[in-house]
Design a protein around this ligand. Sequence first.
Ligand SMILES: C[S@@+](CC[C@H](N)C(=O)[O-])C[C@H]1O[C@@H](n2cnc3c(N)ncnc32)[C@H](O)[C@@H]1O
Length: 378
Amino acid sequence: MADVSDITKEAETLNIEDEGSDSEEEVKSNRHQRQKKQNQTAKGKSVSKKKEKELAKEKDLRESTMRAFNTYFEAIYGQERWPKLLEALQKPGRHCCLVNRFCSEEATQATISQFPALERLDYISIPAFISSERFPQPPKDEKGVCMYYPLDAASLLAVDALDLKPNHSVLDICAAPGGKTLAIMQHLTSMGSTLTSNEIAPDRKRRLKQVVWDYVPKGKERDRIIVTSRDGTHWEEEERYDRVLVDAPCSSERHLLKDMTEFLKWTPKKTGNASKEQLKILKSAIMAVRVNGLVVYGTCSISTKENDDVIEKILKKSKINIEVMRREWAIGERTKYGWIVLPDDGHGWGPLFFTILKRLPDDDDSNSEESQTESDED
Ligand SMILES: C[S@@+](CC[C@H](N)C(=O)[O-])C[C@H]1O[C@@H](n2cnc3c(N)ncnc32)[C@H](O)[C@@H]1O
């Protein structure tokens, strides 16, 4: 759209040209054109004014949201760390992929060995590689199975935190688009294992199903995966799974910072609302896990409300006995109840927060057989 000064200049030019007209017809036509131009100019001016006002309003909103965002996170991370963390969050992510064990190993090796600066991540228990460049759309092997899945290395740590055994029965309660579901399937090598991958949003469930179809061959392997579309806040199965992953919907600030329309909707209240939903999903995950089984709760939020505070609330409110299991990981840092990988500490991965919760026997069954440790069972 032309700005005000362009339109004024155009009107001036028209006046000068008009001086040379002589016939009545030309005079009439020029008058008509001048009138038309003046109308357009007036309209243009008001449109530009409206646009200018909108732009100013948007700028104000951007600045006030950024101020509120900075104040909120500075209070959590401190004046010294927050600017560095913010800068790291705004940088592009790094490139990692998990290698799909269902795909021909030879074909995969030949493909991925061509990627620049390829390196295996030695702190992840399944084959995962990093490269200096984005992994392209994964090719398929001769059976039509995709070779690798690009994802953040920190996501693989959360799956490692599940401490999966080959024969486990697992629930991935918030599973789409499916990166962690695929990572879980890399561990479930026994035909006796099962994975229920759940996603509430129908369009995202379709995507999840497509990922399962593209990465897990049809037949016995795929038959072990059940894709469902239920509300994770009301999971009805009780004490059914060895492991439950809650990769909870969250504020996902790193993504917000890359999407101005979404970022402008951020308020401190939103993180509080997200934590209420997270708590409900976590509560039903704890119901769904067996005694001595593990629930891993994770988010990609940097907000304590969505991370440690959710754990603190469940520890206080849960009628089921649970305890936090502490572990150390190669990247990231300890939080009050869990672990967080933040991109400002040199490696660039994350954010990803996760906590491991173990379901304990009910108080009155503490001497029963059920209460034996899991290593006895496995
Ligand atoms: C952080 S994403 C999961 C990412 C996924 N685990 C992965 O690694 O690809 C959270 C997902 O939970 C879904 N979700 C939100 N509320 C839910 C609910 N009440 N029950 C089940 N899924 C839910 C969202 O639609 C979203 O797809």
